[in-house]
Ligand binder design. Structure first.
Ligand SMILES: Nc1ncnc2c1ncn2[C@@H]1O[C@H](COP(=O)(O)OP(=O)(O)OP(=O)(O)O)[C@@H](O)[C@H]1O
Ligand SMILES: [Mg+2]
Length: 226
């Protein structure tokens, strides 16, 4: 999988709320794509549709040249498991699992790992990449917000996806941690992942290869003067 394309995508909730209005967007591997926009402008809707978590009302979502609209739920879940990683504002870590165990969770549904030892080894590798090896046995409540979000990024990488989709990943963080999270995500796009970040945080602009602004469901590309 090397490309996610949205072509003339609209999303209308309950036959009345136009959350996306004829949106076209391409995210390629190796790119860091940013969509900014005010609250209610349609950013999360865009991310959910790009991540095959929700269907559009009209238009098409095309993955590697194939329209996904005719795929059944299982096939969509397969694509999500193998090719997509998600990062959310509220981290969504399991409070009862140690850091490295949190990272192992998505691996449990993937039959590419032979046994627990293999999963644990991969989890340790990812935890090292986000600089938290010294905290691997800790629980989420023992970490700062920025550290928790780095764990969530490591978890998003568990099944080695082609794309990382992040919805307001710095929403709960102070400015120092914000930059650290954007740097982590940038590293992933530099390593060949496609990264799509939706946010209203200006600090992300410096990292964007392409910058878009969403207003009332309409997406517009902006010149990035970083
Ligand atoms: N499940 C839903 N049913 C009905 N309307 C919805 C639903 N989800 C979102 N909306 C509406 O669609 C519009 C876009 O919502 P969305 O969550 O995509 O905005 P957003 O840009 O992510 O906002 P925020 O920055 O506050 O997260 C809003 O008007 C919202 O009220
Ligand atoms: Mg949102």
């Amino acid at each position: 999988m090397n490309k996610i394309q949205l072509k003339n995508v609209s999303k209308i909730y309950n036959n009345k709320v136009v959350a996306l209005d004829n949106v076209s967007l391409t995210v390629k591997q190796g790119e860091f794509i940013v969509v900014m926009g005010q609250s209610g402008s349609g950013k999360s809707t865009l991310l959910q549709i790009s991540g095959l978590l929700d269907a559009c009302t009209s238009g098409s979502v095309i993955i590697n040249g194939n329209d996904v609209s005719h795929l059944d739920k299982n096939k969509l879940a397969d694509i999500r498991m193998n090719s997509l990683g998600f990062v959310f504002q509220a981290f969504h870590l399991n409070a009862h699992l140690k850091l490295y165990e949190n990272i192992m969770v998505p691996m449990l549904i993937n039959d590419k790992f032979k046994n627990r030892a293999e999963m644990q080894e991969k989890a340790m590798e990812l935890i090292e990449k986000v600089g938290l090896t010294h905290r691997k046995e800790h629980y989420p409540s023992e970490l700062s917000g920025g550290e928790q979000q780095r764990v969530a990024i490591a978890r998003a990488m568990a099944n080695d996806p082609d794309f990382i989709l992040a919805d307001e990943p710095t929403g709960n963080l102070d400015s120092k941690n914000e930059i650290m999270i954007f740097e982590e995500l940038k590293k992933l796009s530099d390593s060949g992942k496609g990264v799509l970040v939706v946010s209203h945080n200006d600090a992300v602009i410096d990292f964007a290869d392409k910058l878009y602004v969403m207003k009332d469901g309409v997406l517009e590309e902006k010149q990035n003067e970083k």
